[in-house]
Ligand binder design. Structure first.
Ligand code: PLP
Length: 376
């Protein structure tokens, strides 16, 4: 049988069987529309509210602050464009590391006449609290900062930034993209003055096309769609019950597995780096951060042939990040931390299911692929 070592878990993860099971129940047994008044509708609504409570509990929020969405992208759009639509000021601040679902939302605001200030990270791949706060003025209505970079794995000081920003602009809305942080870091929305948070199910062994927005109570937001009053009008349209239930189950499983999984992933990450360094002393670890995302630079090696050589050996990783994979431009995040253009970068991302044997296979395959390409 063909070897498959899937190390692209920041792009998406395999759905946990237990998640698939509860989703199947929501599709075949409690399949009613959660808005229907009959017994099946009530059963569906109960499942939806149980899932909402699970998501809320995972981040220290109240259930009524959780809005189910079609994923992280939609949650980011609501937390940025949806909030901006009703904001008083017309200045926004974001980091240069943001995922396109936030970065392009900011571009849209600029097209609508907003002034957008982008803050670059330090060489470490982390934005400084002072730089973010320094970009804020009395007019600032929106500040967006991702928690864990999907490309670099770096962890941003979101709560410290939020406190510093609010000290200068108390009315600024602070949106956090927590898609790569969920299930990996301890998230407690009460720890700082943030206002909204985007979550996604498919990075934590839940289904694709499901996510949630946490929106602090009493925050004004304009829905991106119009229609039914579902999700208290913030996200009209029949809820995707299987996805929401899958998200609820996935966050619970991730929370239970997290303490042990993080220690294991950190050990596997170190093992991989040590093993690769012994084969290729010029290897660059582009940034230090959360243990599940590892951005590796290979001086003088173009990323694409390396990726293909790895795929031929059954090793699935990505170049930079999945969103940029079909885009030939060098990644903004890598440029922002000064990775030279001739350094090919691959992103290796682990899951709680990744094994030591898989890491050994990947290390050997990278060595062999580099040899085949005339390096190493
Ligand atoms: C940091 C970050 N934000 C947002 C998203 C978008 O989430 P979704 O795929 O659920 O729309 C991703 C997914 O790649 C991500 O990594």
């Amino acid at each position: 049988m063909e070897t498959v070592v899937y190390l692209d878990n920041a792009a998406t993860t395999r759905v946990d069987e237990r998640v698939a099971e509860v989703m199947a129940l929501a599709m075949t047994i409690d399949y009613g529309n959660p808005s229907s008044a009959h017994r099946l509708g009530i059963a569906a609504s109960r499942r939806l509210e149980t899932a909402r409570a699970a998501v809320a509990q995972a981040i220290g929020a109240a259930s009524e602050e959780i809005y189910f969405t079609s994923g992280g992208t939609e949650a980011n759009a609501l937390g940025t464009l949806g909030v901006a639509a009703l904001a008083r000021g017309r200045h926004a601040v974001c980091s240069q590391l943001e995922h396109p679902s936030v970065g392009d939302a900011m571009k849209r605001l600029a097209e609508r006449g907003w002034t957008v200030t982008e803050v670059g990270p330090e060489r470490s791949g982390v934005v400084s609290v002072e730089a973010m706060a320094g970009a804020v003025c009395a007019e600032t209505a929106l500040v967006a900062l991702m928690w864990v970079s999907n490309e670099l794995g770096t962890v941003q000081p979101v709560m410290e930034v939020a406190r510093a920003v609010k000290a200068r602009a108390p009315r600024a809305h602070i949106h956090v993209d927590a898609v790569q942080a969920l299930g990996k870091l301890q998230i407690d929305v009460a720890e700082g003055p943030i206002d909204s948070l985007a979550l996604s199910a498919h990075k934590i062994h839940g289904p694709q096309g499901a996510g949630a927005l946490w929106l602090r109570r009493h925050t004004r937001v304009q829905s991106l769609m119009v229609g039914g009053g579902q999700e208290r009008g913030v996200r009209p349209g029949t809820q995707g019950l299987p996805g929401a239930v899958g998200l609820g189950c996935a966050v619970e499983l991730a929370a239970r597995a997290r303490p042990e999984a993080m220690v294991r992933m950190a050990a596997l990450r170190s093992k991989l780096i040590t093993s690769l360094r012994s084969r290729l002393p010029s290897l660059r670890v582009n940034a230090e951060g959360a243990p599940h995302i590892l951005s590796l630079g290979f001086p003088g090696v173009p990323a694409e042939p390396l990726l293909h050589a790895l795929e031929a050996r059954g090793i699935y990783v990505s170049a930079g990040s999945a969103c940029a994979a079909k885009d030939k431009r060098p990644s903004g995040a890598l440029r922002a931390i000064g990775v030279p253009a001739d350094v090919g970068t691959i992103r290796i991302s682990l899951a709680r299911t990744t094994t030591e044997a898989e890491i050994d296979l990947a290390a050997r395959a990278i060595g062999a692929a580099l040899g085949e390409l005339g390096h190493g």
